[in-house]
Design a binder for this molecule. Structure first.
Ligand SMILES: *Cc1c(COP(=O)(O)O)cnc(C)c1O
Length: 410
């Protein structure tokens, strides 16, 4: 269960049935959470927001005061984020960047490129050679962080829900290519680029102790690489992937102990800029997907409530195979003369309007007596929810979007 905040609860009460479903974002909750995360981190550790978790312009702007920059993973995100939060530092990530996307990033003056392969390094270098740079006192040379898929002790990735590293994946350079990549950037082959450091985003869904172990192994590996080549590695980005527990929303990632651990790591490497780039754990908690129950039915001994909307708006439970935490908001009015459909048992499975058995939002929800016309608010819908969903499947209308901020006091 996750109770909607008062702002979400109040707005939901004012919306009519046809204004549902709706995404409700509590922008005050977002700001407070981001401020707490920032406060838990040592000052020296930089915080970038991974825009792909939720790229709504309002969200990007609200995070502005608490983050040092934004991580973008496509040309589309790059153009969008550069417009939504102009002038803020960007890091361009993602496998399979096209030459046109890289050229656009160079034109925009993107500070950091997370380079994912030797081929991409060659393409970037060729493009950068054609882009006017430093010489005339203009923009500094584009900086490169080499993204590596590092071997990690299997134990550190055990709790992970999505492993991008430590096993064969299409992400980043293989460690065997490290020496070649560093040489290209430091032996005069590509003077138009600057080697800034190392990037690794190895897994999602890790708790603080696991994340710290991952961060330590990345930093140690990067320090070895720098020592071997007698070059300076100024920055290490240890990625995102801080856990969000959908089964126990109140159990949040322990930013305080993570921040304390990062402080120890930063103290051990005083010349290094450490950076993290979480997405999900920053924005998941501020969003709700709220809707109404259209029908309640019994089928072969189990009860189902069909809600207005579904996984075409919030695909998160379908992709992650979990039950989205939710709260029922009872509605007493029933405008029809016929009996109101209602659950007879304790547990109800909440499904959407799609013609597929995969349109499951939450199974076996304890909702005794749930009725058609009641409302349901699904929590933890602020990340990887609307923007990862297959909106056009079945051509249902789109949800409303509400970014809730307190009324200015006169
Ligand atoms: C997706 C992604 C992130 C953010 O991951 P979260 O699990 O949302 O914290 C960070 N860095 C890279 C490179 C990513 O692809």
């Amino acid at each position: 269960m996750t109770n909607p905040t008062p702002a979400v609860h109040d707005r939901l009460a004012t919306l009519t049935d046809t204004e549902l479903p709706a995404y409700l974002y509590d922008m005050t909750a977002l700001r407070e959470h981001a401020a707490a995360v920032r406060a838990a981190l040592p000052e020296r550790v930089e915080l970038y927001y991974a825009a792909k978790a939720n790229p709504e312009a309002e969200i990007l702007a609200a995070l502005g005061p608490y983050v040092d920059g934004y991580e973008v993973s496509s040309g589309g995100e790059l153009a969008h984020v550069a417009k939504a939060v102009p002038g803020r530092p960007l890091a361009f990530s993602g496998p399979g960047k096209t030459p046109a996307e890289l050229a656009h990033a160079l034109e925009l003056g993107v500070e950091r490129f997370h380079v994912e392969s030797l081929h991409e390094l060659h393409v970037l270098a060729a493009l950068a050679a054609r882009t006017p740079s430093d010489a005339a006192g203009g923009a500094p040379r584009p900086g490169v962080l080499l993204r590596f898929n590092l071997p990690l002790a299997a134990a550190s990735l055990e709790g992970s829900s999505l492993a991008m590293g430590g096993r064969p994946t299409p992400f980043g350079l293989d460690p065997a290519e490290a020496d070649t990549a560093v040489r290209l950037l430091t032996d005069g082959t590509y003077p138009q680029l600057r080697l800034l450091g190392v990037h690794a985003h190895l897994a999602s869904g890790l708790d603080a102790p696991e994340q710290l172990a991952v961060a330590e192994s990345i930093v140690t590996w990067a320090a070895d690489l720098a020592g071997r080549h007698r070059v300076r590695i100024a920055e290490v980005n240890v990625g995102g992937g801080m856990s969000v527990d959908y089964a126990a929303p109140e159990r949040r990632f322990d930013w305080t102990s993570y921040g304390a651990g990062l402080a120890r790591l930063a103290d051990a490497h005083p010349d290094l800029t450490l950076r993290i780039e979480p997405g999900r754990a920053l924005t998941a908690y501020c969003g709700w997907y709220a809707t109404e129950v259209l029908d309640v039915k019994r089928s072969h001994g189990e009860e189902f409530a069909v809600v207005r909307g579904g996984t075409h708006h919030m695909r998160t439970p379908a992709t992650k195979g979990h039950d989205q935490p939710c709260t029922v908001v009872p509605v007493s009015e029933w405008p029809h003369p016929w009996p109101r459909p209602a659950a007879a048992t304790e547990r109800v499975t909440l499904t959407g309007q799609l013609c597929t058995p995969k349109d499951l939002l939450s199974r076996d929800v304890p909702a005794p007596g749930l009725r058609a016309g009641d409302r349901v608010a699904f929590g933890l819908a602020g990340a990887y929810a609307w923007n990862i969903s297959h909106h056009d499947f079945l051509m249902h209308p789109r949800p409303g979007f509400h970014f809730l901020t307190p009324e200015p006091t006169a």
